[in-house]
Write a protein that binds this ligand. Structure first.
Ligand code: HAM
Length: 416
């Protein structure tokens, strides 16, 4: 017997309500992007492995254990993109787009990470993201956060999410902090979780956002970023927070927020929710002033975020199916040509309409009702000769013989 074919673990088939919710989210993001003057960029879903390897951090979880990396038939090492920022930076450098900042880009599409699948965490997932490139002022951080907030408000989700924000300062501040943190954690080395013991050597900052209770107890009294920020970093962060207050965007300071990617500095943030269990980040990002230069481009500050659309879908009700639909039924062979023409004209006018593909007339009427049609147009020999149409209102149970103008007028009025 043939083995049943199934989707790969951690991937999802989208259809029905979820597919509609996805479409609604994606369109809303794109609408807001337009209002904020962000332009779309689409990069390939695979890149040279190098695009991600150095930029995201050799010791980051993504690079260490989650990338889908493979050698292709030309012998090149390629990686399915685990995120969008490095790809956008690569493309901006490659196409010389950085000469006239600011560059304001958005993207939407699938990302791939070999993580342990669970609710809200998949191996192929969709992100919508924005990058505001070339502006070093806090205004840019505020703008991208305002965009995110507008999105949540537009779906009336503002009470379901919380903006957590932190500053990890510039590189100098971070190095000072790192040393102090390692000194502190070394005292408790034996009590740290196995993962955190390893991270103490490779990526100590990540211990701060460990989900293990033992680690959390230890890090509760660990040194805090805020105490190590130099004056410049402190004042930058204060201006970001002032902007949020001015705009009435609520936030909580989270001194342990460090983020899992290496390219960040200064502002880092996450919109979290209590509705999804442990996979609680629905939108996250921050400032990355060194990434573009490290990738071989000119020194260019930038800030952005990405949102996990699969997680948003779990929190949103799907928009209702578009209600009104017109079914066009030819009651005999003589009506078939007219029915075809009518369908084509209805669709040109933007009136959702469909044929019913099989069955006698009474079966077709039943099927039209089942498919959610509110109106049926019947056309047979008689109507063709008279140049008329029989319009049935399925809800009211009424019917009218109309000429073409009257038919369109009537449908426009009733379906508007
Ligand atoms: P990230 O935090 O790795 O950041 O991912 C952003 C968002 O993608 C997360 O907040 C989450 O909603 C979603 N996400 C991540 N992994 C998964 C998964 N396995 N399944 C479902 N959803 C997931 C970035 O990717 C950065 N590139 C964001 C950024 C843009 N920073 C600056 N610009």
């Amino acid at each position: 017997m043939q083995q049943k074919l199934q989707k790969v673990r951690g991937t999802r088939d989208l259809f029905g309500d979820e597919a509609r919710a996805f479409r609604a989210i994606d369109s809303r993001f794109a609408e807001i992007a337009k209002i904020y003057d962000f332009q779309e960029m689409e990069t390939p879903i695979f890149e040279s492995t190098q695009v991600f390897q150095r930029t995201l951090g050799e010791q980051s979880d993504i690079v260490n254990k989650e990338m889908y990396t493979f050698i292709d038939r030309s012998g090149d090492s390629l990686t399915l993109r685990p995120e969008g920022t490095a790809s956008v930076a690569r493309a901006a450098i490659e196409h010389g787009l950085l000469r006239e900042p600011p560059l304001k880009l958005f993207y939407s599409g699938p990302m791939f990470r070999h993580e342990r699948p669970q609710k809200g965490r998949y191996r192929q997932f969709r992100q919508f993201g924005i990058e505001l490139i070339g502006v070093d002022r806090p205004l840019a951080d505020i703008e991208v956060l305002n965009f995110a907030w507008d999105f949540f408000v537009s779906f009336n989700m503002q009470s379901k999410v919380q903006l957590e924000i932190n500053s990890i300062g510039d590189r100098a501040s971070r190095e000072g902090f790192k040393q102090e943190l390692v000194r502190y954690l070394q005292k408790y080395q034996k009590d740290l979780s196995e993962d955190s013991q390893k991270r103490l050597q490779t990526n100590p900052l990540r211990i701060l956002d460990s989900k293990e209770a033992t680690d959390q107890k230890i890090t509760e009294s660990a040194p805090q970023f805020g105490d190590f920020l130099n004056d410049e970093s402190k004042s930058f962060f204060a201006r970001v927070l002032n902007g949020l207050e001015k705009l009435n965007i609520p936030y909580v300071l989270n001194p342990r927020l460090v983020r899992g990617l290496d390219y960040y500095n200064h502002t880092v943030f996450e919109f979290t929710t209590t509705e999804l269990g442990s996979q609680n980040a629905v939108l996250s990002g921050g400032r990355y002033n060194n990434l573009i230069e490290e990738m071989g481009g000119p020194k260019t500050p930038a800030v952005g975020w990405a949102s996990g659309m699969d997680r948003l879908v779990l929190m949103l009700e799907a928009p209702p199916l578009t209600g009104a639909m017109v079914a066009v039924i030819a009651t005999d062979e003589g009506g078939e040509g007219e029915a075809l023409l009518l369908l084509s004209e209805l669709r040109k006018q933007g009136i959702p309409s469909q044929p019913i593909y099989s069955g006698n007339v009474s079966k077709q009427l039943k099927k039209a009702d089942k498919r959610g049609c509110t109106h049926v147009v019947l056309i047979g020999d008689k109507e063709t000769q008279n140049k008329t149409f029989l319009l049935k209102d399925l809800k009211a149970g009424s019917q009218l013989e109309l000429n073409k103008n009257q038919l369109f007028q009537s449908l426009q009025d009733q379906l508007a």
